[in-house]
Design a protein around this ligand. Structure first.
Ligand code: PLP
Length: 488
């Protein structure tokens, strides 16, 4: 029995499903989750000594990779000065100013501890500001696990929501109306019927939680115009796209100014940080300045703020986003080429380093049609997960493979993406060993970035590096997340 399997058995006795967030249990793809011992740069080593190339990167926050030296330094320095004050600290102000500089629509911001907290608070603020109750969201978009978002569509295109989890009151779910993403006529029809009740439209500007779905040209400007016409607020949920698809997030890339923006992931550089912000007149309604209550014992935590600041500052290096874009394009094209060579239907796309590949033919622009096309994709997704894991690539699992690539360490890691390059003729174990040893060597003696800004870093030698073992047995595990719902 592997150490991961042993830990998973112990975990199942004390943690529901053995994990602290559902997808980590691998139910959708089968197999036993690996338990991580350490992670550096592009690599992640499990407690059994196997090292993986990590394409998950903590589901998005680690745009610089694991344990990036600049972030590590910032965390160390901050922690040395104490790690929670319950009082304001300078880093909160600095990070808020940086966010406003990168996203001018975020005139004021409130830091919280997760993306879920951010979206939940933004919706409360929108309801208070408009004195309306109905929230419009899109099928396939995930906005965290707050009650108002655990809602699935009923039948028909624009319907009242139904609870998607026991414990969500039906009366609350009914206040969330769901329409298909990119279906402007459904949105217009809904506004025509219920425009006066809609407090806010909340949207992932590029859908990253139902695979990757880009908006159709004109979709977001039309949402903006509809909201303006009907007195509703537009909330961009940029928890995933923020500082990823462009320096100023999707709002910069799309040229649309939302009223409120929610942030998470990269803004904390891997520490638990979320944020919501937007128009100063709206944010002025938040306590203590206004009556809309929202608070947090650990909000604006000095260590988390320092990690976020260091991460964002690193992304300001010249050429950072261009390189990210190019490498992701190469990665997605490579996977597509490999699929074609093997006669596997696949389609994919990307924006910045947000990318997705579907193991089904033909592009779609709505979350719901993806789901209809899901069955063959799901089976293939499981196989891809199993095979990439055997080759020591940690990829996002599930039928909606999507990734959050990051800049470092660059092209050579992209070239070792799952399935990229020629089909392997050698035994499976050859590939990971070669890839990971090189990867670790590179991480330990990091090469300067192209702009010459970073000196090589002596990384501590990792235990287990290069001693790769055969894959543990992967007994199948049943179960599947409810459709349309993600969970980390
Ligand atoms: C777009 C979006 N919004 C909100 C959330 C929730 O964030 P968190 O998991 O930090 O609560 C996520 C999580 O992946 C997300 O992708």
């Amino acid at each position: 029995m592997t150490r991961s399997a042993e830990l998973f058995d112990r975990a199942k006795a004390v943690l529901p499903g053995g994990v602290n967030s559902p997808v980590r249990a691998f139910r959708a793809v089968g197999g036993t989750p690996f338990f991580v011992a350490q992670a550096h740069g592009a690599c992640l080593t499990d407690v059994d000594g196997a090292t993986y190339l990590d394409y998950v990167c903590s589901w998005g926050p680690l745009i610089l990779g694991h344990a990036h030296p600049a972030v590590l330094d910032a965390i160390r320095h901050a922690a040395e000065r104490g790690w929670s004050y319950g009082a304001p600290c300078p880093a909160e102000v600095e990070l808020a100013e940086l966010v406003r500089q990168r996203m001018p629509a975020v005139e004021m911001v409130r830091f919280v501890n997760s993306g879920t907290e951010a979206t939940m608070a933004a919706v409360r603020l929108a309801r208070a500001a408009t004195q309306r109750d109905v929230i419009l969201k899109f099928e396939g978009c995930y906005h965290g696990h707050a009650d108002s978002f655990l809602v699935k569509a009923g039948s028909g295109v624009a319907t009242l929501g139904l609870p998607d989890s026991p414990g969500v009151p039906g009366s609350l779910a009914q206040l969330t109306v769901t329409v298909p993403f990119n279906d402007l006529s459904a949105v217009e029809a809904l506004f025509a019927r219920r425009g006066k009740q809609i407090a806010a439209v909340i949207v992932e500007p590029y859908v990253g939680n139902a695979g990757f779905i880009p908006p159709e040209p004109g979709f977001h400007p039309a949402l903006r115009a509809l909201c303006d016409r009907h007195g509703s607020l537009l909330i961009f949920d940029e928890v995933m796209t923020g500082f990823r698809v462009a320096p100023g997030g999707a709002q910069e890339r799309l040229g649309v100014r939302p009223d409120l923006t929610t942030l998470g992931k990269i803004i904390g550089g891997g520490m638990p940080v979320g944020a919501y912000g937007g128009r100063a007149d709206l944010m002025g309604m938040v306590a203590p300045e206004g009556p809309v209550y929202q608070a947090g014992t650990l909000s604006g935590n000095p260590v988390a703020m320092a990690a976020g600041l260091a991460t964002l500052r690193e992304t300001e290096r010249p050429g950072f986003y261009d390189a990210l874009e190019q490498r992701t394009a190469r990665l997605v094209a490579g996977i597509g080429d490999a699929a074609r060579r093997h006669g596997v239907p696949a389609s994919g796309g990307h924006a910045g380093s947000l990318w997705g590949v579907y193991l089904t033919a033909g592009a779609t622009h709505h979350g719901h049609s993806r789901r209809r096309a899901g069955a063959p994709g799901r089976t293939r997704g499981r196989r891809v997960h199993r095979l990439t894991r055997r080759r020591r690539r940690a990829v996002r699992h599930g039928r909606r493979e999507r990734g959050a690539d990051r800049l470092h360490p660059g092209r050579r890691v992209v070239d070792r993406c799952p399935g990229y390059g020629r089909p392997a003729r050698r035994p499976a174990r050859w590939l990971p060993e070669r890839a990971s040893r090189r990867c670790l060597r590179r991480e330990r003696h990091r090469e300067p970035l192209r702009d010459g800004g970073r000196p090589p870093l002596p990384w501590p030698r990792q235990r287990g590096a290069g001693r790769l073992r055969a894959d543990p047995a992967e007994p199948g595990a049943g179960g599947e997340l409810p459709r349309g719902r993600a969970g980390r």
